[in-house]
Design a protein around this ligand. Structure first.
Ligand SMILES: Nc1ncnc2c1ncn2[C@@H]1O[C@H](COP(=O)(O)OP(=O)(O)O)[C@@H](O)[C@H]1O
Ligand SMILES: [Mg+2]
Length: 282
């Protein structure tokens, strides 16, 4: 028997007030331990899907489950959900509100009714995980965009969720900020947190994700990232292009430089690492 997904939407439909259905009969599951990228063009409902998964929105039809159990949208049910799933919204300014970094990060744990020492321990742990310990007393309005983004993520991490959901976390970060974020996410994953991110960046998804979910107006398709991101027709429907690594893999195979048993490069570094072997094989 396979384990139920840690969190899942089953046959979920949702519309905003007076609006058309954004999602219709959607099935979507997050499997523990698998890095999952959610991809799709603007307006297809990535943010809506993530808000449904974290309980911020309630489905019009269908249900949300945690470990196969339906979530009840009452105080206890939502508290249980919040300690399982945490969403970091795209714009940190929609999330941060406290005067200082440490105060902001402590808000969630305080709301759980934890003791002061426990709250302090969680804040310290979350600030360290995001590499912003030195910013603890900094007023949030004086932070750079990247620092605000890290603070918002720390606030979610302080809840010690099993699933951390990030809505377009690399948007607005410079290349160095993006690399630092990926290193941070690797650290959280090594600590046992399942990470889900929405992104437009197919190259990032190929490199980072175990699984990719492609959201199209017709529904969502989930599977291993390297397989999903090679499905050109589906990518077109989702408004996405072919990732660089998949295109390079296709060319290498067409030239007989890579056989079907070898996995293709996902980054220029992986292509460079393949080159000596290609030289001796060829
Ligand atoms: N608060 C809202 N009220 C009404 N419509 C909304 C709201 N938020 C999003 N929408 C609409 O829902 C659809 C999906 O939006 P969204 O989930 O933000 O997509 P994505 O994150 O993929 O860009 C869009 O048509 C958008 O205009
Ligand atoms: Mg969005």
């Amino acid at each position: 028997m396979t384990e139920p997904p840690v969190v899942a939407l089953h046959g979920v439909s949702f519309a905003y007030e007076d609006g058309p259905d954004v999602l219709d009969g959607l099935d979507f599951a997050v499997r523990e331990g698998r890095a999952l990228a959610l991809l799709g063009r603007n307006g297809t409902g990535k943010t809506t899907l993530m808000r449904l998964l974290s309980g911020g929105l309630r489905p019009r039809a269908g249900r949300l489950t945690v470990e196969g159990e339906p979530v009840s949208y009452n105080r206890d049910g939502l508290t249980r959900l919040r300690t399982t799933v945490q969403l970091v919204v795209q714009d940190p300014d929609d999330q941060l509100f406290a005067a200082s970094v440490a105060q902001d990060v402590s808000f969630g744990p305080l709301n759980l009714g934890l003791s002061d020492p426990e709250v302090r321990a969680r804040v310290a742990e979350a600030l360290a995980a995001l590499d912003i310990t030195a910013l603890a007393d900094r007023p949030t309005h004086l932070l750079s965009y990247g620092q605000r983004k890290r603070t918002a993520i720390a606030g979610a991490v302080a809840m010690r969720p099993r699933v951390l959901i990030l809505d377009e976390p690399t948007a607005g970060l410079d290349p160095d900020g993006q690399e630092r974020l990926l290193t941070t996410l690797d650290g959280l994953r090594a600590g046992g947190t399942t990470v889900v991110m929405a992104t437009h960046d197919v190259d990032l998804a190929l490199r980072w994700a175990d699984d990719a979910a492609l959201l199209t107006p017709a529904g969502v398709h989930t599977g291993p990232a390297a397989t999903m991101l090679a499905r050109t027709e589906l990518l077109t429907q989702a408004g996405l292009r072919l990732p660089w690594g998949i295109a390079a893999t296709g060319m290498l195979r067409a030239q007989g430089l890579l056989d079907e048993t070898q996995s293709g490069p996902r980054t220029p570094e992986e292509l460079a690492a393949l080159t000596p072997r290609l030289a001796t094989d060829g």
